[in-house]
Design a protein around this ligand. Structure first.
Ligand code: SAH
Length: 217
């Protein structure tokens, strides 16, 4: 049952103001956050907290990112309509839904089958039909490359080479880099076939991007 009430909409409006006060300035990002019923991506027990700036469990020991983190990474992508965007770590599907609201073409990979299935169901119920894959984010999607933008929503211990190759020249990747509790947010711009520029944007904390070959059910 999809229930998005005036109360939820009011809480979202407040969340948008909070994000604005924390430095999110891209109105297209704020509009997308205002549109997406975040509470529907959380388990029932957390619904009343959905619009606080907090991370929450989404099952399979994974978490939905803080709204600020979602807004910040999305803003760094500088999205233009119809761009092709690859997301690593579909998780709950919330970030994916925010991207879909921005009229880009979204491809998203998740290594937990249960999260892959659950997020697909919720996104489809909301009328979003991104291309969702159950697989290993380190490999990307060579068959669908190149991408204008790549967003990694798990802590990457190193920069995945395959993903750099799947970026268009002029494209960029937003990646929380590091393997411990804290990672550094980086934006990597592909300026030429083998030339990259790196910008850094402070510390964040994500669940790890895992490297084992066996996918989880
Ligand atoms: N974007 C998500 C947040 C996801 S948390 C949201 O909006 O809810 C990080 C996700 O990355 C988890 O679901 C985890 O299972 C997934 N993940 C971790 N390593 C991965 C890998 N190698 N390939 C694909 N997904 C991965």
């Amino acid at each position: 049952m999809l229930n998005d009430t005036y109360r939820h909409k009011g809480m979202r409006r407040k969340l948008v103001e909070l994000l604005r006060s924390k430095g999110i300035t891209d109105e297209t990002v704020l509009d997308a956050i205002d549109m997406v019923p975040r509470h529907l991506f959380l388990d029932n027990a957390f619904v009343n907290f959905a619009y606080k700036n907090q991370a929450f469990p989404i099952g399979s020991e994974q978490t939905i990112s803080h709204p600020f983190t979602v807004a910040f990474q999305t803003q760094l992508l500088e999205l233009k309509k119809s761009e092709k965007v690859l997301e690593i770590g579909t998780g709950s599907g919330y970030q994916c839904s925010v991207l879909m609201e921005m009229s880009v073409k979204v491809f998203s990979i998740e290594r937990h089958r249960s999260l892959h299935m659950k997020s697909k169901k919720m996104l489809n119920q909301l009328g979003h039909f991104p291309k969702l894959f159950f697989g290993d984010g380190y490999k990307g999607l060579p068959g669908y490359a190149p991408f204008d933008k790549i967003i990694i929503t798990a802590a990457a211990p190193f920069i995945p080479q395959d993903l750099l190759e799947q970026l268009k020249v002029g494209g960029m990747m937003v990646i929380p880099l590091g393997d411990s509790d804290k990672q550094e947010m980086q934006r990597i711009i592909k300026v030429a076939e083998n030339e990259f520029q790196t910008e850094t944007y402070g510390e964040f904390s994500f669940v790890p991007m895992l490297q084992d070959k066996s996918f989880k059910s």
